[in-house]
Design a protein around this ligand. Structure first.
Ligand SMILES: Cc1cc2nc3c(=O)[nH]c(=O)nc-3n(C[C@H](O)[C@H](O)[C@H](O)COP(=O)(O)OP(=O)(O)OC[C@H]3O[C@@H](n4cnc5c(N)ncnc54)[C@H](O)[C@@H]3O)c2cc1C
Length: 433
């Protein structure tokens, strides 16, 4: 039996992190209001989440958490047209220029577009008791009293109104407003770690002739030292393939069909390139640019107002090439749940510490991989150089040794911590290989 800790909680932003935070909060608060400036439930990539047009892989750990919070969701996604796949078996990984060997893992994933995934999660959230949505509503500020946050101010077509609450959660993504609110309350902003990634995407939806890529449901071609060009091909709902080209360290993918094909020819195996060339295009090529990854160290602040928390990209946003953002938002939701189980005393401090522990591995993986690119800017301490040399070796060995391929993919899927790659069995295979 879960104990209620308050009357009303507000979640600001209904992206994936906001939806998952709302799911957790309905267990602990009598009423939860989910505020979103876009119209919800329309399915298409919406204005507030323009990145939803591009490849949005949900890592296996992210899917596990979604299934834990919404039992049966995976089945609903598949029934709706999402493509189920088995890691390593139907997920073809080409990392460091090496195509990984395959073996059954039993570890399942689903491939779908971000709007499709989000609309299914939203449907489940809307069914939760005590959940109220306020969409087409802009968050304009917070309410404060005696150094605490006591609610939020929102504006819709009928004007501005105040929503008093016991807890307000900022889930407004990269544009999260907490930094400005802390300043307005005379409090320090958190330290920020920034990594310049200069990533650019170009995405095209295609229809591939049936069976062209055999059993493959996803093909990931990673960037590596000397090759800042990568690609992701994902079979998604609606019998389509979503093909995203990713350029790192300032390299921008072309947006014309011939250039698009040329990039795929250069980075992907010949059968994949041929399948893309032979495919039927479905619409225009869309682009995105991501200049930096930013981690805000809320856990290091000595003072943080009661009644306020932050989640998802508003705490930490990653280089999207590694597909971690939504899964880390899910980890934040679990941290919130676990902290609320212990009550609300010292909540912010406990919560930010738990989030920091949960996102450390993902941050370590993505920033380490960014610095592995010769073209990327940033200091490379000895530890990073040694680790990156080891990863390069593992990727080479994974082309012949499926057990190393599995160990590698479990870590990049956030199922195992990076330290799993240092287990004696893996190190031995890497050295021998
Ligand atoms: C090009 C690209 C590709 C990516 N690929 C992947 C991938 O493959 N896998 C993966 O896991 N992640 C990926 N990501 C990262 C992922 O998109 C984010 O990590 C994820 O969206 C974070 O969710 P969020 O809910 O924290 O923020 P968001 O999804 O940004 O949601 C924030 C919400 O807040 C709302 N909002 C903002 N301001 C206001 C306001 N003032 N009032 C009301 N509402 C407001 C917005 O409309 C939006 O709905 C990618 C990102 C990019 C840019």
């Amino acid at each position: 039996m879960i104990r209620k800790v308050g009357e009303h909680a507000i979640v600001l932003g209904a992206g994936i992190s906001g939806l998952l935070a709302a799911r957790v909060l309905t267990d602990f608060y009598g009423r939860v209001t989910l505020v979103e400036r876009d119209a919800l439930g329309v399915g298409l990539p919406r204005k507030g989440v323009p990145q939803g047009f591009h490849a949005h892989a949900l890592l296996p750990r992210g899917l596990q958490i979604l299934e834990e919070l919404f039992p049966g969701l995976t089945g609903e996604l598949v029934a709706g047209g999402a493509m189920p796949y088995e890691m390593i078996v139907q997920l073809r990984m080409i990392m460091g220029g090496h195509e990984f060997a395959r073996m059954p893992t039993g570890e399942k994933g689903v491939s779908a577009t971000r709007p499709f995934l989000e609309s299914h999660v939203l449907r489940r959230v809307r069914d939760l008791p005590g959940l109220v949505t306020a969409d087409r509503s802009q968050v304009t500020g917070i309410l404060t009293g005696e150094g605490a946050v006591t609610g939020a101010r929102i504006a819709d077509e009928d004007g501005e109104r105040e929503l008093p609450a016991d807890l307000v959660v900022d889930a407004m993504g990269r544009g999260g407003r907490t930094l400005a609110w802390l300043e307005s309350m005379g409090l320090d902003r958190p330290e920020e770690e920034t990594v310049k990634v200069e990533v650019a995407y170009a995405t095209w939806y295609l229809r591939l002739a049936e069976g062209t890529l055999g059993e493959d449901r996803m093909v990931l071609v990673g960037t590596y030292r000397g090759q800042p060009k990568g690609a992701a091909l994902c079979a998604v709902e609606g019998d389509r393939w979503l093909v995203t080209l990713g350029g790192s360290a300032g390299v921008r993918p072309p947006t014309d069909p011939e250039g698009f094909f040329g990039w795929i020819d250069e980075v992907a195996p010949a059968d994949v390139a041929a399948a893309v060339r032979a495919a039927e295009p479905l619409g225009e090529i869309g682009t995105a640019r991501i200049p930096t990854s930013v981690r805000r160290r809320y856990e290091r602040l000595s003072r943080f107002p009661e009644g306020l928390l932050v989640t998802g990209d508003a705490i930490c946003n990653f280089n999207p090439i590694y597909g971690q953002g939504m899964s880390v938002g899910a980890l934040d939701a679990l941290a919130l749940r676990d902290c609320l189980r212990e009550g609300t005393r010292d909540l912010a401090h406990r919560y930010f510490a738990a989030v920091a522990r949960a996102l450390d591995p993902a941050w370590q993986l993505s920033t380490g991989a960014d610095l592995a690119l010769r073209e990327a800017e940033g200091a490379r301490p000895l530890q990073v150089r040694v680790l990156n040399a080891y990863i390069r070796r593992l990727q080479r060995v994974a082309a012949r040794d499926p057990r190393v391929a599995v160990a590698f993919s479990r870590v990049s899927g956030l199922l195992d911590p990076p330290s799993a790659l240092m287990r004696p069995a893996v190190v031995w295979r890497a050295v021998r290989g």
